[in-house]
Design a protein around this ligand. Structure first.
Ligand SMILES: Cc1cc2nc3c(=O)[nH]c(=O)nc-3n(C[C@H](O)[C@H](O)[C@H](O)COP(=O)(O)O)c2cc1C
Length: 248
């Protein structure tokens, strides 16, 4: 009798463990692209091979932007995870962290109009260069009052100076938002704001597992305890990379 009870208890423990541990089998995987007309792009090995060759031959680069003012904050950490699939496929990654950079907001002076250059002298020059040279981009923000961070808003505004060159036109982009609240914290709003800006720049919005990546985390580093969100960051990165491989 006690043997049967023991077997039942172990069974219950195993079932509970498999339900609580994030199991990728039960979620959407990365997007599956149909073979291209040349038949050279598929999934699995063929895709990986082409991806690697493409990245190495053409020096493909993904731009990661973290809008958090906090060093090693959750947004910065998610950006590190989201660029992993790119690095594993031979891409370069340029990561611009607004915790370490100073970007002023737009003055609306319109002096950028003739030359296409902003007269403000700050770290936005790094973004202008990165916009022009990247092949894909992923933007992460902390949720501040159901909005994106003011540091990220400043970067978005200052794109105005290079709008006629359209440096992001046709490039794929993804969005990440981290807020403290687990329900109604504004993560979805923040993702929409990033997507809307990407579309305004002519970029192509790419989904992660479902949409942009939304996460609930508070203190810097909290996100590292959430295996599922780190996994979803990789899905978002892989999806953006696959679309970029098609477009470049
Ligand atoms: C000024 C301010 C406003 C915030 N507003 C929200 C909010 O509206 N919704 C929410 O869920 N979290 C809010 N938070 C919490 C942050 O989004 C949360 O701590 C997040 O993890 C910060 O990301 P980071 O670690 O990348 O800096 C706010 C935090 C600050 C400092």
């Amino acid at each position: 009798m006690s043997i049967y009870i023991g077997i039942i208890v172990i069974g219950i423990i195993l079932v509970r463990q498999s339900l609580t541990k994030y199991n990728p089998v039960y979620v959407y995987s990365t997007i599956d692209l149909p073979p291209s007309q040349t038949g050279r792009i598929g999934n699995g090995t063929a895709f990986a091979e082409r991806s690697w060759n493409n990245a190495m031959n053409r020096k493909l680069k993904v731009l990661g932007i973290s809008g958090s003012p906090r060093t090693n904050g959750n947004s910065e950490l998610l950006i590190q995870y989201v660029v992993q699939p790119f690095l594993e496929n031979g891409w370069e990654a340029e990561i611009l962290k607004l915790s370490a950079l100073e970007v002023k907001s737009c003055d609306g002076c319109d002096l950028c109009l003739p030359a296409g250059e902003c007269i403000l002298d700050d770290d936005m020059s790094l973004f202008y260069h990165a916009f022009a040279t990247c092949h894909a981009l992923i933007i992460a923000t902390p949720v501040y009052y159901r909005n994106i961070s003011s540091r990220l808003i400043a970067v978005f505004e200052r794109h105005y100076a290079c709008r006629s060159q359209q440096p992001l036109r046709g490039k794929p982009g993804g969005a990440i938002a981290v807020g403290r609240s687990s329900g109604g914290g504004g993560q979805a709003i923040a993702v929409s704001i990033i997507h809307n800006w990407l579309l305004s720049c002519g970029a192509v919005c790419v989904p992660g597992e479902l949409n942009g990546l939304t996460a609930s985390a508070d203190k810097p580093g909290d996100i590292l305890l959430q295996e599922n969100r780190l996994y979803q960051a990789r899905i978002l990165g892989a999806n953006v990379m696959k679309i970029a491989e098609r477009l470049v």
